[in-house]
Design a binder for this molecule. Sequence first.
Ligand code: AMP
Ligand code: ZN
Length: 114
Amino acid sequence: MTDCVFCRIVDGTIGAKIVCQDEHCLAFEDINPQAPVHVLVIPKRHIRSLNEFETSDTELLGRLLQTCRTVAHLKELTSAGYRVVANTGSQAGQTVFHFHFHVLGKRMFRWPPG
Ligand code: AMP
Ligand code: ZN
């Protein structure tokens, strides 16, 4: 999708600070970080939100979470703790409609989130 900012990061049209990637998943730094570590983990294929994952995407969902785990290791978040979030839909605060996990760390987080 050419009008999707994250698809344009995947195809290289828009630059991003890449943290790690494999054939199916890409992790890059959030442009407007909400914590000292704020990385986005996306599927390279355009999927609008969590709602649009199919049963056949179960392996991809696992890969995305494994990529979050890799980010946590690379950014040294594992001992102190970190947060993985997928805002789904506008009421939850989703603004970019290409699925992404936020991986946030290196500060204290409150619960429940606002
Ligand atoms: P959400 O509000 O959950 O949809 O999150 C979208 C996230 O994408 C926000 O945290 C934005 O700061 C981030 N974002 C938007 N455009 C870019 C970009 N070009 N590069 C990196 N992060 C971006
Ligand atoms: Zn997209």
